[in-house]
Design a protein around this ligand. Structure first.
Ligand SMILES: Nc1ncnc2c1ncn2[C@@H]1O[C@H](COP(=O)(O)OP(=O)(O)OP(=O)(O)O)[C@@H](O)[C@H]1O
Ligand SMILES: [Mg+2]
Length: 410
């Protein structure tokens, strides 16, 4: 009976097995070590697409429902709401189960092995400061693995998996900043043995960065904060903010495309002092461009972080609409998040009973650990530690494969 290591991520998913005590990452997509955690329900062709095929369906503008950031809904009431899609009653847990079944099938096809158990990563906290939701999220994910066809699943905190894979020597701190959560582990490594001292985490990641940047730089162009004339009498009111916060949140976008909301927005367009902004918003809702906007923000973030002439390309919404996004904007707009990341890292050290001077090296994991604001925040906390960048997208799954293969078993 073989066990498959699966890092089911908010943005990207990876699978790996252990071979002769070493991790081997399985190409879930041709030539790729990860696959995007995306599901597309194609309403015309009545099929479900996964990963980059699902992303292509969005770009082609096919009729259906695109879902990214599914991991974020675990533990929330939304996870268990049933919906009628593709002639079936499905919950979002069912959809996650189908995604995991696809991962299983692809891994089996690539290796010629049947996997009946999974060793899965989990964030230290799916939900920080909400223990009941946190427990529920793990139950939801366990259920999804069972429905995906795994007989059993064992969970390992994601940063602990990364620590197992890292090896090295001395006392280290894993800083794993992904799409949905930030996770930390203090560990000691000596002669190939890794001892975990403490792990901690916070529900905060790259998708929160995207949301903050969207609210600051894009949503005002679609009517956020704009004034509407009152139905009766003189004066104005501000457009309701909830549309904009939801449109800026990856996991909420699919639920905004309703005839009712579009009608409301058309009414706002007539009442607005600046109707053009609401014309754009109507276009985004009517043409289902919410994810295109979110992708544009994410691409703008990565470009600005790389010090390239950053801008958010909103050509799909209106020709030539391209708000600038400079590295200084990132530093300012994401300062609160950077502070929280630093704070949580400091708490992890306290839990491990050591001060900053005791950490020899910091190992960065996760796509959002590439953000300069994150590096600066951790650098300020641990000025003397060496900084290493792991295989940011596969360090976690490497460790899960080692655990699946027997190493690190508790
Ligand atoms: N070059 C880059 N610079 C900055 N951020 C990046 C870069 N590449 C990817 N990201 C961001 O990294 C995040 C995805 O990272 P990763 O794949 O590690 O997350 P994940 O494992 O899916 O999520 P989680 O572990 O939180 O569930 C996204 O928010 C993405 O925008
Ligand atoms: Mg991750």
């Amino acid at each position: 009976m073989a066990a498959l290591g699966i890092d089911f991520g908010t943005s990207n998913t990876a699978a790996a097995v252990a071979e002769q005590g070493r991790p081997r990452v399985i190409a879930l997509e041709p030539g790729q070590s990860t696959m995007p955690t995306i599901v597309f329900l194609d309403f015309d062709r009545r099929e479900v697409l996964y990963g980059s095929k699902a992303a292509e369906a969005l770009i082609e503008g096919r009729e259906g429902r695109f879902m990214r950031s599914l991991k974020s809904i675990l533990g929330t009431p939304l996870a268990r709401e049933t919906r009628h899609v593709l002639n079936e009653r499905m919950t979002l847990i069912d959809i996650i189960a189908r995604f995991l079944a696809e991962v299983k099938a692809r891994a089996e096809a690539a290796t010629g092995t049947t996997f009946d158990t999974a060793v899965s990563g989990r964030p230290v906290h799916f939900h920080s400061h909400a223990p009941a939701r946190d427990r529920q999220a793990l139950e939801d994910l366990t259920e999804a693995y069972a429905r995906a066809g795994f007989r059993a699943v064992r969970f390992l905190p994601e940063p602990e998996a990364a620590a197992l894979a890292g090896g090295g020597a001395g006392r280290g701190l894993i800083v794993d900043i992904g799409g949905g959560t930030s996770d930390f582990t203090v560990f000691d490594a000596a002669q190939g043995e890794v001892t975990i001292r403490a792990s901690h985490g916070v529900r905060l990641g790259g998708t929160d960065f995207d949301k903050a940047l969207s609210l600051a730089h894009v949503m005002p162009l679609l009517g956020m904060g704009a004034e509407l004339r009152k139905d009766m009498g003189p004066g104005t009111v501000t457009a309701p903010v909830s549309i904009f916060t939801e449109l800026a949140s990856w996991e909420k976008i699919p639920f905004l495309y309703s005839a009712d909301l579009l009608r409301d927005v058309r009414r706002m367009e007539r009442q607005a002092l600046t109707p053009r902004l609401f014309t754009r918003l109507g276009e985004v809702l009517e043409m289902h461009l919410g994810h295109d906007v979110a992708y544009a923000v994410e691409a703008g973030k990565i470009a600005a972080n790389g010090n390239r002439a950053g801008a958010i390309d909103l050509n799909v919404v209106e020709k030539g609409l391209r708000p600038l996004l400079a590295p200084a904007d990132l530093a300012r707009d994401l300062a609160g998040f950077a502070h929280e990341i630093r704070q949580t890292a400091a708490e992890t050290l306290a839990m491990a009973g050591c001060g900053p001077e005791a950490i020899d090296r910091v190992v960065f994991v996760g796509g959002s650990s590439l953000m300069a604001v994150v590096r600066a925040a951790i650098g300020a906390l641990l000025p003397d530690a060496e900084q290493e960048t792991s295989e940011v997208f596969t360090a976690v799954v490497d460790g899960l494969a080692l655990a699946a293969g027997g190493a690190g078993r508790d």
